[in-house]
Design a protein around this ligand. Structure first.
Ligand SMILES: Cc1cc2nc3c(=O)[nH]c(=O)nc-3n(C[C@H](O)[C@H](O)[C@H](O)COP(=O)(O)O)c2cc1C
Length: 304
C-alpha cells in the first residue's frame, strides 16, 4: 500500500484529500454518506463570530463547467458551532480546520480568541476574501497592507495552525503568499472563487441578488493549477491547492504542481462521496506508478 500521509506544518494528514469550505457544510452533514474519518481533513463553512444569514436568493447559478455563488457567508456563528457541531466532529479521527472571516480586524480577532477555546480543532483557515468595511469594501486579501496587518494581528492571538486562504482576484498571488508567509502563516490555501457575474438578458438584470458572485468548478482549474505552481515556487510553507477538482487526475495535477494537500469543493455538490473515490483513485495511481510515498511527487513537475 502506498503511503499517502502528508504534513502541513505541525499537522499530519492521513492523505492529501481535504474538503473545501462552504461545500461540505460543517462536516457532520456528510456522515450519512460516508465515513468522514477517511479524509485528510475538513475545512468547515466559513464562520463569523456571530450567526449570519447571508445574502437573499438567488444565490447560486450553474455556469458552463462550474457554478457562480454569492451565498454571502451564511453561518451559525462560533458559539453554536462549538456547542452543536464540535461534540459530533470530535468522535471522528479527522483534522478539523475552521474557516473564519470578518469585515473588520476586530471581528477576526474576536473570532480567533473564541476559537482558541474550542476543543479539538486542528487549525484555522483565514478567509480574506471578505470586504474590509473600514477600507471602503475592498477585500482584505486583495490589498497588501490590509492583508499584512490582518495576518500579523491574527498570528499574535493564536498558536493554532494558521492557514491563509488566498484570493485569486489579485495582480500577483505570489506577492500575497509571500506577505502571509512573512507574518508567520503556517500554510496557504488557494484558490478561493473568481469574481464573476451572469446577466438575464430579458430583464437586463444580474441573476444573483448580490449582482456579482464567485466562480468555481472545472472552469477555473487550469488557472488555479498555474497559481499553485507559481506560489509553490515563491514560498517555503506548504501549499493546499483547489479549484475545480472533480477526480483523482485533477487532484494529482495540483499535487504535481506543488500542493501538499488538495481541497475538493464544487464536486461535492455533484457527488457527496467524491472525496472517498478520489482517495481510492490516488491510491491506485500510486500503486500503478510504483510511487511508495505520495510526498515524492509533490511539486515534481518536470519542465525540461
Ligand atoms: C457554495 C460555495 C460556498 C463557499 N463558501 C466558502 C466559505 O465559506 N469560505 C471560503 O473560504 N471559501 C468558500 N468557498 C470557496 C471554496 O472553498 C473553494 O475555494 C472554491 O469553490 C474553489 O474550489 P472548487 O472549484 O473545487 O469549488 C465556497 C464555494 C462555494 C461554491
Amino acid at each position: 500500500m502506498p503511503d499517502l500521509r502528508v504534513n502541513i506544518g505541525n499537522l499530519e494528514l492521513k492523505n492529501p484529500v481535504m474538503t473545501a469550505s462552504g461545500t461540505f457544510g460543517y462536516g457532520v452533514d456528510f456522515i450519512d454518506f460516508f465515513d468522514i474519518s477517511i479524509l485528510g481533513g475538513i475545512s468547515v463553512k466559513g464562520l463569523h463570530i456571530d450567526p449570519k444569514l447571508g445574502n437573499a436568493p438567488q444565490r447560486i447559478m450553474e455556469t458552463p463547467c462550474g457554478m457562480l455563488n454569492a451565498i454571502g457567508l451564511q453561518g451559525i456563528g462560533i458559539d453554536a458551532f462549538d456547542k452543536e457541531k464540535m461534540p459530533i466532529l470530535r468522535k471522528y479521527d479527522v483534522p478539523i480546520i475552521v474557516n473564519f472571516w470578518g469585515t473588520t480586524e476586530e471581528d477576526y480577532e474576536k473570532a480567533v480568541e473564541r476559537l482558541n477555546s474550542v476543543q479539538g480543532i486542528a487549525g484555522l483557515e483565514v478567509n480574506v476574501s471578505c470586504p474590509n468595511i473600514k477600507e471602503g469594501g475592498m477585500s482584505f486579501g486583495t490589498n497588501c497592507n490590509s492583508l499584512q496587518s490582518l495576518i500579523k494581528r491574527i498570528r499574535s492571538k493564536t498558536k493554532l495552525h494558521l492557514m491563509v486562504k488566498l484570493s485569486p482576484n489579485v495582480t500577483s498571488i505570489t506577492e500575497m503568499a509571500r506577505i502571509v508567509e512573512g507574518e508567520g502563516a503556517n500554510s496557504v490555501s488557494l484558490v478561493n472563487t473568481f469574481s464573476a457575474m451572469i446577466i438575464d438578458i430579458e430583464k437586463r438584470k444580474p441573476i444573483l441578488s448580490n449582482v456579482v458572485g464567485g466562480l468555481s468548478g472545472p472552469a477555473i482549474r487550469p488557472i488555479a493549477v498555474k497559481m499553485v505552481w507559481d506560489v509553490y515556487n515563491a514560498v517555503k510553507i506548504p501549499v493546499i491547492g483547489m479549484g475545480g477538482i472533480m477526480n483523482a487526475r485533477d487532484a494529482l495535477e495540483f499535487i504535481i504542481a506543488g500542493s501538499t494537500a488538495i481541497q475538493i469543493g464544487t464536486a461535492n455538490f455533484v457527488n457527496p462521496k467524491i472525496s472517498q473515490d478520489i482517495i481510492r483513485d490516488i491510491n491506485e495511481y500510486c500503486t500503478k506508478h510504483n510511487i511508495q510515498n505520495i510526498k515524492d511527487i509533490i511539486g515534481s513537475l518536470n519542465i525540461n
